[in-house]
Ligand binder design. Structure first.
Ligand code: ADP
Length: 585
């Protein structure tokens, strides 16, 4: 609509221009017509002059002059309408349109003259017009103020200008006219056309241009009106597509699309991030070549018709894929989309690992509980017999105390891990004497080992006080010492050390036991993680000890680490903030 108005104005203006052009063309046509008529006239004039020459030299004319044969002369004039013959040498043709003359000489005397006088009149106008093939009434002569045409004669006002189209009036009508003078008198050849005809033709052109122009605008508007919804829809769907692409790019889930030929058509940023495979490596290639584990995915992941609908069961399937030597567990759903299939997946590797560890833990803990419970049960049954020797009774009671203590420790470990998870474990900020703590723990350790194991303490002469919770520190150190004993099945020397390291205190527990492979040294601090989950070496445990140690040390603003060489032994170390040592006085 906004366009229609200026276009309409343009069409109107264009119509005006076309009309003016039509008028100019009419003027030019008048000039062309005049030239055609003039060339016929000039040719005839040339012929007449030739005739005049011939007559002037003819004996018949000379004799007619000398003998005064008036009738012969008039007969000659009759035969040649453009020629006049006059006797004597005096004067010319006053008031006549003389266009040439030739003297007739006898002896040395001029005896008469032959004049060329075009018969300007209606017949000649028609004649020339016809020969020049001009429309009727177009050609004429202007004789002084009179216009002579084939069909009328009339007075012209004002006289037209020479060589240029001008407006004239004749008998109350307007004409357009172009004139070209001939001879010396006020005589001219002229072409004329009615103004009303020219104006009608110009108007005709003008309206044709306007009607066609407005028609085109109308057609354009109708087309625009018809096409507008389609354009709007295309625009909308482009906006929606852009938005969908932005959403896909920012989505945390990996998304890829496989078409009906099995070619990957889309691989979003999250898919790149999760698998490490760039879109450029995957896009446009066949899924079985580009996507590792594709056969597993295609076999096990059901394709739903609509999101979340696969025969009423959950459609997500967790499958393993190996990318560049790395095992990934992907939880994948697939939905059919026309001929394509859209796959959305997330990285379930961590969950899967945790799940594995959890089931291992359940197996381990059941085993860990069953052993002391079986011992307690056996001891209780034996004690029920009345005639047991006193020594046996003492031994059994001690065994009951030891096993129930083991059970209590186990339960305590599980409880602490639970509290750490929920953030409800309390750690006291205090200062304590680390040497006293080390010696106390070593004493407990020594009570638990046989002769094959020795536990020694290495402490410098001056030790600063430690910042932290002494009970929790004891728990950590005892755990590390217990592990050192447990994982040194053939005994050996265990050294529990204390040292200052800058503004920190370092506790170490060094053994000569089984050792830990370098690749596992990080993971042993994970919850439930055990190097030997199936207890093939017969050493029990929950996999919670080191996890608890790390969490406790960190909650006291310290750090813990391990150095080990398989088969040679292990050193666990942890540091806590120390009180500055007072300067000696
Ligand atoms: P667990 O109850 O199994 O001992 P921990 O969290 O205390 O659990 O230890 C995790 C794993 O670390 C153990 O299963 C064991 O394989 C390894 N480990 C811990 N301490 C030692 C050590 N001193 N020597 C060798 N291996 C050790």
């Amino acid at each position: 609509m906004l366009l229609a108005l200026p276009l309409a104005v343009a069409v109107w203006t264009f119509g005006g221009l076309a009309a003016r052009r039509a008028r100019n063309n009419a003027d030019q046509a008048l000039v062309r017509d005049l030239n055609s008529g003039a060339s016929v006239y000039v040719r005839r004039l040339g012929e007449a002059r030739g005739t005049a020459d011939r007559l002037a030299r003819s004996r018949r004319v000379a004799r007619a002059f000398t003998q005064g044969h008036e009738r012969t002369l008039r007969a000659i004039e009759q035969a040649h309408p453009w020629i006049l013959v006059l006797q004597g040498s005096a004067g010319g043709l006053h008031g006549r349109n003389e266009q040439g003359r030739v003297d007739v000489i006898a002896g040395r005397r001029t005896i008469g003259r032959v004049f060329v006088v075009p018969p300007f009149g209606r017949p000649l106008a028609r004649d020339i017009g016809d020969e020049a093939r001009l429309p009727g009434g177009r050609f004429g002569f202007l004789l002084d103020h009179r216009l002579v045409r084939e069909d009328d004669v009339g007075r012209v006002d004002p006289p037209p200008m020479v060589g240029k189209a001008t407006d004239i009036r004749m008998q109350g009508l307007e004409y357009r006219a172009v004139a070209q003078p001939v001879g010396e008198r006020r005589t001219a050849l002229i072409t004329v056309r009615k103004q009303s005809e020219i104006a009608a033709a110009a108007e005709n052109v003008r309206w044709r241009v306007i009607v066609i122009g407005l028609g085109l605008i109308g057609a354009f508007l109708v087309a625009a009106y018809a096409v507008a919804p389609a354009i709007a829809r295309t625009r909308l769907s482009r906006l929606q597509r852009d938005q969908a692409q932005r959403v896909l790019a920012r989505l945390g889930d990996g998304v890829f699309v496989v078409d009906h030929d099995g070619v990957v058509q889309l691989w979003n940023q999250a898919a790149e991030a999760i698998t490490g495979l760039r879109a450029a490596e995957v896009h446009g290639r066949r899924a079985e070549e580009a996507i590792p584990g594709w056969t597993t995915i295609a076999t096990f992941v059901p394709v739903a018709d609509r999101p979340g609908e696969v025969d009423g069961t959950s459609s997500a399937e967790t499958v393993p894929v190996e990318v560049a030597g790395r095992e990934l567990w992907l939880s994948i759903v697939a939905v059919a989309l026309d001929d394509d299939t859209v796959y959305a997946f997330r990285d379930a590797t961590h969950d899967r690992r945790l799940e594995d560890l959890r089931s291992q833990f359940v197996a381990t803990i059941s085993h860990e509980l069953r052993t002391p419970l079986a011992s307690l049960h056996g001891a209780a049954l034996t004690l029920r017999e009345h005639d047991l020797p006193a020594q046996t009774q003492d031994d059994l009671l001690e065994m009951i105390a030891e096993q129930s203590n083991r059970l209590a420790n186990l339960v305590e470990e599980i409880l602490v891990a639970g509290q750490l998870d929920s953030g409800s474990l309390r750690v006291v900020a205090d200062t304590f004497d680390p040497e006293e703590l080390v010696r106390g723990v070593v004493k407990v350790g020594q009570s638990r080992v046989g002769d094959e194991t020795t536990i020694e303490v290495v402490v410098p002469p001056v030790v600063p006080k430690a910042h932290g919770d002494s009970e929790r520190t004891r728990q950590v150190l005892l755990n590390l010492l217990d592990n050192a004993i447990k994982y040194s099945p053939s005994g050996g020397r265990i050294e529990v050390g204390l040292a200052t390291a800058g503004d920190r205190l370092r506790f170490t527990v060094q053994d000569q036991g089984l050792g830990i492979p370098v690749g596992e040294q990080e993971r042993i601090f994970d919850k439930f993680y055990r190097l030997d989950p199936d207890q093939r070496r017969g050493i029990g445990g929950t996999g919670l000890g080191l996890y608890i140690c790390r969490e406790l040390v960190q909650s006291m603003h310290g750090r813990i680490w391990v150095e080990s060489e398989p088969g040679r032994g292990t050193t666990f170390a942890f540091e806590l903030p120390a009180e500055p040592v007072p300067a000696p006085v």
